[in-house]
Design a protein around this ligand. Sequence first.
Ligand code: PGA
Length: 243
Amino acid sequence: MGERTQLVAGNWKMNGLAADGVALARAVAARAAEPHRCDLLVCPPFTLIAAVAEALAGSDVGLGGQDCHAAASGAFTGCISAEMLRDAGCSHAIVGHSERRHTCGESDADVRAKAEAAWRAGLVAIVCVGEIRAEREAGRAVEIVSAQLAGSLPAGTGAAKLVIAYAPVWAIGTGLTATLADIAEIHAAIRRQIPAGTRILYGGSVNPRNAAEILALPEVDGALVGGASLKAEDFWAIAQAAR
Ligand code: PGA
């Protein structure tokens, strides 16, 4: 048996109104009543967290936020703190997703502060890293991801409070996935920089067809699933592919 239980995490991104979000959460919770080998997590938009928490009650499906602010509270219009996520029922917070790094201009230092905030609030931080296409084509993927990780991880973390998600930007939402060899290479490089036992997820167009071969890689400890997490049956099929 592997020492690290795989984690299949659904990032719903900016999708879902109350009715469909609750229906999706209920469908995932119903499936999760069946035997599964992995840990399960869903990360709905902030507006749905309370309703999804209710829909997941009694299941073993965890709940996460997609981002958090570094501060616990204050004059930060439009932002949500890690403490608020915790208060709403979350156990995890994604920080540094590339959609925030690239569209909201978040730096490694911002991501590090958010990871610290997650821990302060008692959440597990899912720290995302990943290269853009030009960096991969230039043969710089390992260097870029290692630098992001070095800048984004606070000192003094333990594996229990941390998950890394390697999500190459060019593979997100594009239907393209990194090759198995590339995933293995990057995950091995990440492994050298993080506390023993930390889980490393792969993200980037994971779907029911490619999940089994990706999740079979020894260095892959789960998946961060975007698009396919919006369909309970696809999300469940990916979860069933966990080793
Ligand atoms: P995707 O998103 O599954 O839709 O490609 C993955 C991610 O954002 O990590």
